[in-house]
Design a protein around this ligand. Structure first.
Ligand SMILES: Nc1nc2c(ncn2[C@@H]2O[C@H](COP(=O)(O)OP(=O)(O)OP(=O)(O)O)[C@@H](O)[C@H]2O)c(=O)[nH]1
Ligand SMILES: [Mg+2]
Length: 365
């Protein structure tokens, strides 16, 4: 064997060796891979974790109202049944409870007489029904006149409605306008808001935040501008550009300040120059916490502006939410909306039956 043949043979053996090693390795890896993927060897797949759903409380309006009127129910109206039912009705305590809830004297005496006449020997539940009937009698004839379309937008009725919102400082005017604008806009209405509280820049900014959030237009003027001028411009724009709703915010004022009340009268008057029907609604925002003084406020605002409705706010956290009965009974102006908190959903059209049943603790259906 010469050297050349020997070298060639060695190369052949070497190459064959490499091929064999490569084939064996390939087979080995294939086998391993297969083994790995075999059903027995498959790694256990972790079950996909179910995302925990964020629980958004789906509270209905009657739940919210019930929560808002809780204090008035437990401390006043829901107690009357228990205090009167049984062999020894405690009339003195009922009287005291009603006074602390700012129910006018005349109304308290009438209710006590009604209890004595018709309530003797009845159960707590029957007494609650009696109280419900008494209050309904007092309010029903006034509440009948509340217009549902102030809350539910009717697109068929092509009409610009102007609402002027008034009240003492901090009653909830701006917040209520923000909630209303949001609700009406979400029903497809074209809404414009007039920022006539020109005394405080912060007040206009507060309203602007609401309007931007709601996606509605707002007319604002320079600080210190004449409020009635802003009202005029807003109403003019509302009518010329066919807005469905025009909401006029005004600065808070004490009903005892005649100059400021005169300014409101002027603001109302200039709006009617654009359209004799405007403003169709003059709504007084009353804070339920005000209690007995609310009636005095309402009387003064009514005298100056001929109110068409009352927006009863902050009924939550107050035991005086029942004072609405005295106000409606004496003023003869209906409650249009009721507010039980700071969010949009906390404002609703005032439903007399629901309000009274919730107040005395009767089932709402
Ligand atoms: N708890 C509760 N708070 C409310 C309600 N309505 C309004 N508020 C709060 O009351 C405060 C005053 O509300 P505003 O809307 O600024 O009152 P306003 O009447 O415009 O006040 P002025 O412009 O200063 O006269 C705010 O903090 C509101 O969030 C309600 O129904 N319940
Ligand atoms: Mg305000």
């Amino acid at each position: 064997m010469d050297l050349q043949t020997y070298t060639l043979e060695n190369i052949e053996v070497f190459v064959s060796g490499i091929i064999v090693v490569a084939v064996v390795s390939a087979l080995f890896f294939l086998f391993k891979k297969k083994k790995l993927l075999s059903p027995i060897q498959k790694p256990e797949l972790k079950p996909v974790e179910k995302k925990t759903e964020i629980s958004v409380p789906k509270t209905t309006w009657s739940d919210r109202l019930s929560l808002g009127l809780e204090k008035s129910r437990s401390e006043v109206w829901g107690k009357i049944g228990q205090l009167f039912a049984g062999p020894a009705p405690d009339l003195d305590e009922i009287e005291e409870v009603l006074y602390t809830a700012d129910i006018p004297t005349g109304l308290v005496q009438e209710l006590l007489m009604k209890l004595e006449k018709d309530g003797k020997g009845k159960s707590a539940d029957e007494i609650s029904k009696l109280v419900f009937g008494f209050m309904k009698d007092k309010m029903e004839s006034v509440q009948e006149h509340i217009r549902k379309d102030v809350f539910d937008f009717n697109p068929v009725e092509k009409k610009t409605r102007v609402f002027m919102i008034v009240g003492v400082n901090g009653a909830g005017k701006t917040t209520t306008i923000g909630k209303l604008a949001t609700k009406l806009k979400s029903q497809g209405a074209k809404v414009i808001v007039g920022a006539c509280d020109t005394f405080r820049a912060a007040a206009v900014d507060q309203l602007q935040v609401w309007c931007e959030r709601a996606g509605v237009d707002m007319v604002r003027a320079k600080d210190g501008a004449d409020p009635s001028g802003v009202a005029y411009d807003t109403v003019a724009k509302a009518f010329s550009e066919n807005y469905d709703y025009c909401l006029i915010d005004t600065a808070g004022r004490l009903h005892t300040n005649q100059n400021l009340m005169d300014e409101l009268i002027k603001t109302k008057r200039v709006m009617s120059k654009i359209n004799t029907e405007a403003p169709q609604e003059v709504l007084l925002v009353l804070d339920a916490i005000t209690g007995q003084n609310a009636l005095k406020q309402a009387q003064e605002f009514h005298k100056a502006l001929q109110l068409t409705g009352i927006i009863f706010t902050k009924c939550d956290g107050s035991a005086k939410a029942g004072s609405a009965v005295g106000i409606v009974d004496q003023l003869r102006v209906p409650i249009t909306y009721i507010g039980v908190g700071e969010t949009v959903d906390d404002l609703q059209l005032f439903d007399l039956d629901l309000y009274l049943k919730t107040l005395v603790g009767l089932p709402s259906t």
